[in-house]
Design a protein around this ligand. Structure first.
Ligand SMILES: Cc1cc2nc3c(=O)[nH]c(=O)nc-3n(C[C@H](O)[C@H](O)[C@H](O)COP(=O)(O)OP(=O)(O)OC[C@H]3O[C@@H](n4cnc5c(N)ncnc54)[C@H](O)[C@@H]3O)c2cc1C
Length: 412
């Protein structure tokens, strides 16, 4: 397979135009860290954007950073961390889960659109993308959004590009909002709750005026007794419910006290602060309990998004029926499920449970033969599928970009 390493947007245009002329679809890669997600592509050339890795501009005072799409995620996080800033949507590092050596590029982060625990408060990746330069499947460069929040005119294509998995355009440069890091973080931990009670505790906390920025629950489980990232807090697979507060130190401490009182009917909450708290939330964000190198490393992993009020029932049923293990984030609205290996990765059960509550499920990790047999992305209702196809075709009529990534049938 040919690998075409591009140096600038002009190169990208040329590669895409040649691909159109030759009717040869291309696969877009940054570092290839998320190649294991989605279907094998019907492509015979790779468009590698990793050399587009410059920081175009960083204006900490304006809370804006503009980066070429191939900039390494880790480097960018270090760059903004040095100014005590962060991406408020907490990009998920999929490297531990997928067992890849690198955590990927900024373009890949946006294309996957995966957001961490703070999504319940700060929104997803798409909400922090202010602008992008990209090349469409026509081989034309275009620009959407701008450097300032209020300069968005016409269609907000940024909202489409985030989560498009490279099926709409090749992003060459993105402008993102950054946020100051909170001065302090405090996490309250409740132990031993079952899923339904934990869901009530998380709902109470999220409905309180204390500005909770993370609400996650690890059910009791013997499958991940000594889980990476949780240190001794995970105990011997004991259930752990965690609620995060962030902000200036005095405020976070005060709100932690008030939240503890509110949560008293659920038990006595213990407090974890700053570094230890950050390690806990990184473990939830990056799904470390299901890391490729851990006990459950060979199990397929699903990411199920559903209304938070349905999460506990869905997760508990799925775990019981399959003998699998689940983690809840977003107050129950996001379920990560590691299920025992099976040729269909338990897809019928997962889809049925997700559909029953109006949710959707993505198979994030599975063996290659399983990925050939199972729909990775949630099948859409016919009306929505037709709309998606029209959107996709308006960007890339010849299906030149990442053909077959989202749909098992396309190009297979
Ligand atoms: C042309 C095209 C076609 C696509 N086709 C498909 C497809 O067939 N199937 C598929 O799965 N993906 C498809 N995708 C990809 C999908 O759009 C992205 O994977 C998804 O939007 C990624 O966003 P996210 O990770 O931020 O997800 P999330 O933040 O999880 O959001 C994804 C969707 O879930 C909704 N959502 C969030 N929270 C809740 C909640 N609590 N309850 C109910 N809904 C909630 C959001 O509003 C959003 O619509 C397609 C993308 C494109 C561009």
């Amino acid at each position: 397979m040919d690998t075409l390493k591009v140096r600038d947007a002009k190169d990208v245009e040329e590669v895409v135009r040649a691909a159109i002329a030759n009717e040869q679809p291309i696969e877009i890669i940054g570092h290839g860290s998320k190649r294991g997600i989605g279907h094998a592509m019907a492509t015979n050339a790779v468009l590698d954007v990793s050399a587009l890795n410059a920081v175009t501009s960083y204006e900490p005072n304006e809370l804006i950073v503009t980066l070429q799409a191939g900039a390494p995620l880790d480097d960018v996080l270090s760059l903004i961390d040095a100014k005590n800033q962060q991406f408020a949507f907490e990009p998920v590092n999929t490297a531990p889960l997928l067992g890849t050596p690198v955590s990927g590029t900024i373009g890949g982060m946006i294309a996957a659109g995966l957001a961490g625990p703070r999504r319940i408060k700060a929104g997803g990746a798409r909400d922090h993308l202010l602008g992008a330069h990209a090349v469409s499947g026509f081989g034309d460069s275009f620009k959407t959004g701008g450097k300032v929040v209020k300069n968005v005119t016409g269609y907000d294509l940024c909202k489409l590009l985030a989560g498009s998995w490279g099926t709409l355009s090749v992003m060459t440069e993105v402008t993102l909002k950054v946020m100051p890091k909170p001065e302090a973080e405090r996490t309250l931990l409740l132990r031993g709750l079952d899923d339904a009670v934990a869901n009530k505790a998380m709902t109470a906390a999220l409905g309180s005026p204390f500005d909770v920025s993370g609400a996650a629950h690890l059910p009791k489980s013997m499958l991940r007794a000594k889980t990476e990232g949780l240190g001794d807090l995970g105990g011997e697979g004991e259930a752990l419910t965690m609620l995060r507060l962030e902000g200036i130190t005095a405020s976070a401490a005060h709100r932690a006290g008030s939240l503890r009182e509110l949560l008293a009917p659920f038990g006595t909450a213990t407090l974890v602060e700053d570094m230890a708290s950050a390690a806990l939330w990184a473990a939830i964000r990056d799904v470390l309990p299901f890391a490729a190198g851990g006990t459950l490393g060979a199990w397929p992993v699903w990411r199920i998004v559903c209304p938070p009020a349905s999460g506990a029932i869905l997760g508990a049923q799925l775990a019981r029926e399959t003998g699998g293990d689940v983690i809840y984030d977003w107050g129950g609205g996001l379920i990560w499920a590691a299920l025992p290996p099976k040729p269909d990765a338990h897809a019928p059960a997962v889809r049925a449970h997700a559909n029953a509550v109006g949710g959707h499920a993505t198979l994030i990790r599975a063996a290659e033969d399983v990925r050939r047999e199972v729909d990775i992305f949630h099948p859409q209702a016919p009306g929505l599928a037709a709309l998606s196809e029209r959107v996709r075709a308006s960007f890339d009529p010849k299906t030149i970009l990442n053909r077959g990534r989202l749909r098992r049938s396309v190009g297979a």
